[in-house]
Design a protein around this ligand. Structure first.
Ligand SMILES: NC(=O)c1ccc[n+]([C@@H]2O[C@H](COP(=O)([O-])OP(=O)(O)OC[C@H]3O[C@@H](n4cnc5c(N)ncnc54)[C@H](O)[C@@H]3O)[C@@H](O)[C@H]2O)c1
Length: 342
């Protein structure tokens, strides 16, 4: 686990200051591959770790709602699929563009799916011609920090070149609004305390640099070509769809909560990477944000972007940190079993 993210939480003035606990509408299906049957079990764990907290009623646009046709790149993936669900719930139309390299066909909840690869200009052009979306939410990319250090070319091609090809196709098609999946990995590691949007950048990995470069490109495309964007910098996405339709299914899974729950089911042992961090229990702390909060934030950002009321970079975190040990202990208490860890 990267020391870089140690002791980090994200503060977003735009979204997090309006957080409110939303009763028990929490995680109900952490991971479809991991079948915890009781709703209470799943809710209790995520209630502890990252309650859903965005109060949409207080942050929705005042005006009458309108419907936008949105292209969702990477909509078959973890965060993308949850966002498609929220877009549909809010009355928007969604078209998923995905090469299914890490995503899943069965996670696409909208009717329209275009199987294509961002690095292939013809494919994205054909999709834009067929569906004529008014805005894009861009999730597609590669997102493993360790892999990015071993295979920088693959990461720069998929993330940076893929985004450039998308942007040029959008320019040609006259699509001027994009919400982009950025990451807290763009910030410098030397800064102490909760990260804020104006903190120094200094990504410590190829993955983080690819997101950083894309953010710079987006600023230039906004200035020169009028493609307006909101760059959402997520902390650690966690949880699953409260209705149980969607969940986290990365292969390989590197995220802590699914791994902890699998270990609780007898599938492996949780590896704790580092016990000498300057944290209360020595293990790495992270800011976990519920995937539905993230999905809702995308819808809000998109609506405000299209309405001309928002652009730039925004952190999306819960503002609370939890250590690896705390997550393991919380899971153990909830499922009333010891979680094997080493
Ligand atoms: N999961 C997190 O905690 C987290 C944190 C910060 C940022 N992010 C960013 O959010 C985005 C989504 O993350 P996720 O966890 O849902 O990942 P994911 O792997 O589940 O989803 C990525 C999707 O993009 C698709 N894809 C990848 N390359 C493509 C290409 N060239 N053309 C078309 N489709 C392609 C994949 O098939 C997959 O469906 C990523 O850009 C990631 O960097 C994620």
């Amino acid at each position: 686990m990267s020391k870089y993210l140690n002791n980090r939480t994200g503060i977003s003035s735009e979204f997090l200051n309006i957080r409110e606990r939303a009763g028990d509408s929490l995680l109900e299906a952490l991971n479809p591959g991991v079948s915890f049957k009781t709703k209470d079990t799943q809710s209790a764990l995520l209630e502890f770790i990252c309650p859903i907290g965005v109060d949409l009623n207080r942050v929705s646009l005042e005006e009458e709602r309108w419907s936008v046709r949105i292209l969702v790149t990477g909509g078959a993936g973890y965060i993308g699929s949850h966002t498609v669900k929220e877009l549909l719930r809010e009355g928007h139309e969604a078209v998923v563009f995905d090469n299914l390299s890490t995503g899943h066909r069965e996670a696409i909840l909208c009717e329209e799916f275009f199987a294509g690869d961002l690095r292939a200009p013809d494919s994205i052009r054909a999709c834009l011609e067929r569906y004529r979306p008014e805005a894009v939410v861009h999730f597609a990319g590669s997102c493993y920090v360790g892999e990015s250090m071993r295979e920088p070319a693959a990461y720069y091609w998929n993330n940076v070149v893929g985004t450039l090809r998308l942007l040029d196709a959008l320019r040609a098609a006259g699509v001027n609004h994009m919400v982009f999946s950025s990451s807290c990995a763009i910030y410098a590691s030397q800064v102490d305390g909760p990260l804020q949007e104006d903190f120094p950048r200094g990504p410590g990995s190829v993955y983080g640099r690819s997101k950083f470069f894309i953010e710079e490109i987006l600023e230039d495309y906004q200035r020169a070509y009028g493609i307006h964007s909101v760059r959402l910098r997520y902390f650690n996405a966690a949880g699953a769809d409260p209705e149980g339709e969607l969940g986290e299914d990365h292969r390989p899974e590197t995220h802590l909560i699914p791994l902890v729950l699998r270990a609780g089911l007898g599938q492996g042992v949780v590896e704790v990477f580092g016990t000498d961090y300057p944290t209360p229990d020595g293990t790495c702390v992270r800011d976990y944000v519920h995937v539905r909060d993230l999905a809702r934030a995308h819808v809000m950002a998109l609506e405000r972007l299209v309405a001309g009321g928002l652009e730039g970079g925004i952190n999306l975190g819960s503002g609370r940190e939890h250590s690896v040990r705390q997550v393991i202990e919380a899971a153990g208490q909830v499922i009333r079993r010891e979680i094997p860890a080493r």
